[in-house]
Design a protein around this ligand. Sequence first.
Ligand code: G3P
Ligand code: CA
Length: 227
Amino acid sequence: MLKIGHRGAKGYEPENTLIAFEKAIHLGVDGIELDVHLSSDNELIVIHDETVDRTTNGKGKVNQLSLKELKALKIENTAEIPTLTEVFDLVNQLCFINIELKGIGTPKPVIQLISRYISEKNWDYNHFLISSFDWKMLEETHSLDPKIKIGVLTEESIDSALAFAKKINAFAINPYYKLLSKENVILMQQKGFEIYPWTVNSENAIQKIKTFNVNGIISDFPDRIFF
Ligand code: G3P
Ligand code: CA
Protein backbone atom coordinates (compact mmCIF):
# COMPACT_ATOMS: atom_id res chain seq x y z
CA MET A 1 0.00 0.00 0.00
CA LEU A 2 1.57 3.27 -1.17
CA LYS A 3 2.12 6.25 1.14
CA ILE A 4 1.36 9.52 -0.63
CA GLY A 5 2.12 12.83 1.11
CA HIS A 6 -0.69 15.33 0.64
CA ARG A 7 0.55 18.76 -0.51
CA GLY A 8 3.92 17.40 0.60
CA ALA A 9 3.43 16.64 4.26
CA LYS A 10 0.82 19.26 5.12
CA GLY A 11 0.46 17.95 8.66
CA TYR A 12 4.05 18.94 9.45
CA GLU A 13 5.16 21.75 7.13
CA PRO A 14 3.49 24.56 5.17
CA GLU A 15 1.54 22.94 2.33
CA ASN A 16 2.94 22.80 -1.21
CA THR A 17 6.39 24.15 -0.27
CA LEU A 18 9.78 22.65 -0.98
CA ILE A 19 10.18 22.11 2.79
CA ALA A 20 6.96 20.09 2.85
CA PHE A 21 8.07 17.94 -0.12
CA GLU A 22 11.47 17.39 1.46
CA LYS A 23 9.77 16.38 4.73
CA ALA A 24 7.56 13.88 2.88
CA ILE A 25 10.61 12.34 1.23
CA HIS A 26 12.32 12.06 4.64
CA LEU A 27 9.22 10.31 5.95
CA GLY A 28 9.70 7.69 3.25
CA VAL A 29 6.75 8.40 0.97
CA ASP A 30 6.23 6.58 -2.30
CA GLY A 31 4.67 9.69 -3.81
CA ILE A 32 3.82 13.31 -3.15
CA GLU A 33 0.61 15.06 -4.13
CA LEU A 34 0.58 18.75 -5.17
CA ASP A 35 -1.65 21.31 -6.91
CA VAL A 36 -0.84 23.45 -9.96
CA HIS A 37 -2.02 26.74 -11.42
CA LEU A 38 -0.61 29.00 -14.14
CA SER A 39 0.85 32.44 -13.41
CA SER A 40 -0.03 35.43 -15.63
CA ASP A 41 3.16 34.75 -17.60
CA ASN A 42 2.31 31.05 -18.02
CA GLU A 43 4.65 29.48 -15.47
CA LEU A 44 3.45 26.36 -13.65
CA ILE A 45 3.02 27.31 -10.01
CA VAL A 46 2.53 24.88 -7.11
CA ILE A 47 -0.27 26.25 -4.95
CA HIS A 48 -3.67 24.92 -3.92
CA ASP A 49 -6.03 27.90 -4.07
CA GLU A 50 -6.96 30.16 -6.98
CA THR A 51 -5.66 33.08 -4.92
CA VAL A 52 -2.55 33.61 -2.82
CA ASP A 53 -4.58 35.08 0.07
CA ARG A 54 -4.81 32.08 2.43
CA THR A 55 -1.28 30.72 2.20
CA THR A 56 0.94 33.78 1.61
CA ASN A 57 1.39 37.35 2.80
CA GLY A 58 0.00 38.63 -0.52
CA LYS A 59 -3.37 39.09 -2.17
CA GLY A 60 -4.76 38.33 -5.59
CA LYS A 61 -5.41 35.63 -8.14
CA VAL A 62 -2.49 33.40 -9.09
CA ASN A 63 -3.28 33.75 -12.81
CA GLN A 64 -3.14 37.53 -12.55
CA LEU A 65 0.30 37.62 -10.90
CA SER A 66 3.62 37.10 -12.69
CA LEU A 67 6.23 34.56 -11.62
CA LYS A 68 8.32 37.43 -10.25
CA GLU A 69 5.40 38.78 -8.22
CA LEU A 70 4.54 35.32 -6.90
CA LYS A 71 8.17 34.63 -5.97
CA ALA A 72 8.28 37.84 -3.90
CA LEU A 73 5.55 36.49 -1.57
CA LYS A 74 6.27 34.67 1.67
CA ILE A 75 4.62 31.57 3.11
CA GLU A 76 4.71 31.59 6.93
CA ASN A 77 7.49 34.23 6.83
CA THR A 78 10.11 31.95 5.27
CA ALA A 79 9.14 29.72 2.39
CA GLU A 80 8.29 30.81 -1.12
CA ILE A 81 5.82 29.44 -3.65
CA PRO A 82 7.61 26.81 -5.74
CA THR A 83 7.36 26.30 -9.46
CA LEU A 84 6.61 22.80 -10.71
CA THR A 85 10.11 22.62 -12.19
CA GLU A 86 11.64 23.36 -8.78
CA VAL A 87 9.64 20.50 -7.27
CA PHE A 88 10.72 18.08 -10.02
CA ASP A 89 14.35 19.01 -9.38
CA LEU A 90 14.00 18.60 -5.61
CA VAL A 91 12.25 15.23 -5.95
CA ASN A 92 14.85 14.04 -8.46
CA GLN A 93 13.07 10.69 -9.01
CA LEU A 94 13.06 9.84 -5.28
CA CYS A 95 9.29 9.29 -5.40
CA PHE A 96 6.44 9.76 -7.88
CA ILE A 97 4.61 13.06 -8.24
CA ASN A 98 0.80 13.20 -8.24
CA ILE A 99 0.08 16.49 -10.01
CA GLU A 100 -3.43 17.80 -9.44
CA LEU A 101 -4.46 20.14 -12.26
CA LYS A 102 -6.35 23.01 -10.63
CA GLY A 103 -5.84 26.03 -12.89
CA ILE A 104 -7.36 26.40 -16.35
CA GLY A 105 -4.82 25.82 -19.11
CA THR A 106 -2.52 23.57 -17.08
CA PRO A 107 -2.75 20.28 -19.08
CA LYS A 108 -0.57 21.32 -22.03
CA PRO A 109 2.33 22.92 -20.11
CA VAL A 110 2.32 20.06 -17.58
CA ILE A 111 2.55 17.48 -20.37
CA GLN A 112 5.30 19.51 -22.06
CA LEU A 113 7.33 19.67 -18.82
CA ILE A 114 6.89 15.95 -18.16
CA SER A 115 7.91 15.12 -21.74
CA ARG A 116 11.08 17.18 -21.28
CA TYR A 117 12.00 15.33 -18.06
CA ILE A 118 11.32 11.98 -19.72
CA SER A 119 13.27 12.70 -22.91
CA GLU A 120 16.15 14.77 -21.47
CA LYS A 121 16.54 13.71 -17.83
CA ASN A 122 15.82 10.02 -17.89
CA TRP A 123 12.57 10.16 -15.89
CA ASP A 124 9.78 7.75 -16.87
CA TYR A 125 5.99 7.68 -16.89
CA ASN A 126 5.89 5.93 -13.51
CA HIS A 127 7.26 9.10 -11.92
CA PHE A 128 3.98 10.93 -12.64
CA LEU A 129 0.28 10.64 -11.95
CA ILE A 130 -2.06 13.39 -13.18
CA SER A 131 -5.29 14.09 -11.31
CA SER A 132 -8.12 16.59 -11.46
CA PHE A 133 -11.70 17.14 -10.39
CA ASP A 134 -12.06 18.83 -13.78
CA TRP A 135 -12.55 15.80 -15.98
CA LYS A 136 -12.43 17.89 -19.18
CA MET A 137 -8.81 18.69 -18.30
CA LEU A 138 -8.16 14.97 -17.78
CA GLU A 139 -9.63 14.23 -21.22
CA GLU A 140 -7.33 16.87 -22.69
CA THR A 141 -4.36 15.42 -20.82
CA HIS A 142 -5.12 11.94 -22.12
CA SER A 143 -5.43 13.17 -25.69
CA LEU A 144 -2.15 15.11 -25.43
CA ASP A 145 -0.31 12.01 -24.23
CA PRO A 146 -2.21 8.70 -23.96
CA LYS A 147 0.72 7.14 -22.06
CA ILE A 148 0.43 9.51 -19.10
CA LYS A 149 -1.04 7.89 -15.96
CA ILE A 150 -4.30 9.49 -14.84
CA GLY A 151 -6.01 9.33 -11.45
CA VAL A 152 -9.66 10.39 -11.65
CA LEU A 153 -10.62 12.50 -8.64
CA THR A 154 -14.12 12.33 -7.25
CA GLU A 155 -15.79 13.65 -4.13
CA GLU A 156 -19.30 12.69 -5.21
CA SER A 157 -19.81 9.51 -7.16
CA ILE A 158 -17.87 6.28 -7.50
CA ASP A 159 -20.13 5.14 -10.36
CA SER A 160 -19.50 8.15 -12.56
CA ALA A 161 -15.76 8.17 -11.74
CA LEU A 162 -15.60 4.51 -12.75
CA ALA A 163 -17.40 5.16 -16.04
CA PHE A 164 -15.13 8.11 -16.81
CA ALA A 165 -11.98 6.19 -15.82
CA LYS A 166 -12.92 3.49 -18.33
CA LYS A 167 -13.57 6.09 -21.02
CA ILE A 168 -10.12 7.68 -20.77
CA ASN A 169 -8.27 4.49 -19.86
CA ALA A 170 -7.20 5.93 -16.49
CA PHE A 171 -4.65 4.28 -14.24
CA ALA A 172 -6.31 5.08 -10.91
CA ILE A 173 -9.41 6.45 -9.22
CA ASN A 174 -8.76 8.86 -6.36
CA PRO A 175 -11.98 9.14 -4.32
CA TYR A 176 -12.84 11.05 -1.17
CA TYR A 177 -12.23 8.30 1.36
CA LYS A 178 -15.73 8.40 2.85
CA LEU A 179 -17.17 7.24 -0.49
CA LEU A 180 -15.36 3.91 -0.16
CA SER A 181 -16.57 0.51 0.96
CA LYS A 182 -14.90 -2.89 0.76
CA GLU A 183 -17.30 -3.77 -2.08
CA ASN A 184 -16.78 -0.71 -4.28
CA VAL A 185 -12.98 -0.94 -3.89
CA ILE A 186 -13.12 -4.56 -5.12
CA LEU A 187 -15.38 -3.55 -8.01
CA MET A 188 -13.05 -0.74 -9.16
CA GLN A 189 -9.96 -2.91 -8.78
CA GLN A 190 -11.61 -5.71 -10.77
CA LYS A 191 -12.07 -3.20 -13.57
CA GLY A 192 -8.32 -2.62 -13.48
CA PHE A 193 -7.94 0.61 -11.51
CA GLU A 194 -5.68 1.39 -8.58
CA ILE A 195 -7.46 3.19 -5.72
CA TYR A 196 -5.84 6.14 -3.91
CA PRO A 197 -8.27 7.78 -1.45
CA TRP A 198 -7.72 11.21 0.12
CA THR A 199 -7.22 12.86 2.56
CA VAL A 200 -7.01 10.20 5.26
CA ASN A 201 -5.50 11.68 8.40
CA SER A 202 -6.77 10.23 11.67
CA GLU A 203 -5.33 6.95 12.89
CA ASN A 204 -8.84 5.44 13.01
CA ALA A 205 -9.67 6.45 9.47
CA ILE A 206 -6.33 5.15 8.19
CA GLN A 207 -6.86 1.79 9.91
CA LYS A 208 -10.37 1.47 8.47
CA ILE A 209 -9.33 2.39 4.92
CA LYS A 210 -6.46 -0.08 5.11
CA THR A 211 -8.96 -2.89 5.68
CA PHE A 212 -10.44 -2.07 2.23
CA ASN A 213 -7.09 -3.01 0.64
CA VAL A 214 -6.74 0.20 -1.32
CA ASN A 215 -3.55 0.59 -3.39
CA GLY A 216 -2.37 3.75 -1.67
CA ILE A 217 -3.44 6.43 0.78
CA ILE A 218 -3.06 10.19 0.40
CA SER A 219 -2.46 11.77 3.82
CA ASP A 220 -1.23 14.99 5.43
CA PHE A 221 0.60 12.61 7.83
CA PRO A 222 2.03 9.99 5.48
CA ASP A 223 4.11 8.41 8.26
CA ARG A 224 0.85 7.35 10.00
CA ILE A 225 0.00 4.94 7.20
CA PHE A 226 2.12 2.14 8.61
CA PHE A 227 1.97 2.72 12.37
O1 G3P B 1 -5.72 14.89 -4.68
C1 G3P B 1 -6.46 14.70 -3.54
C2 G3P B 1 -6.82 15.96 -2.83
O2 G3P B 1 -5.72 16.81 -2.82
C3 G3P B 1 -8.00 16.67 -3.44
O3 G3P B 1 -8.47 17.74 -2.69
O4 G3P B 1 -8.76 20.10 -2.10
O5 G3P B 1 -6.89 18.84 -1.13
O6 G3P B 1 -6.86 19.50 -3.53
P1 G3P B 1 -7.70 19.09 -2.36
CA1 CA C 1 -4.87 18.45 -4.21
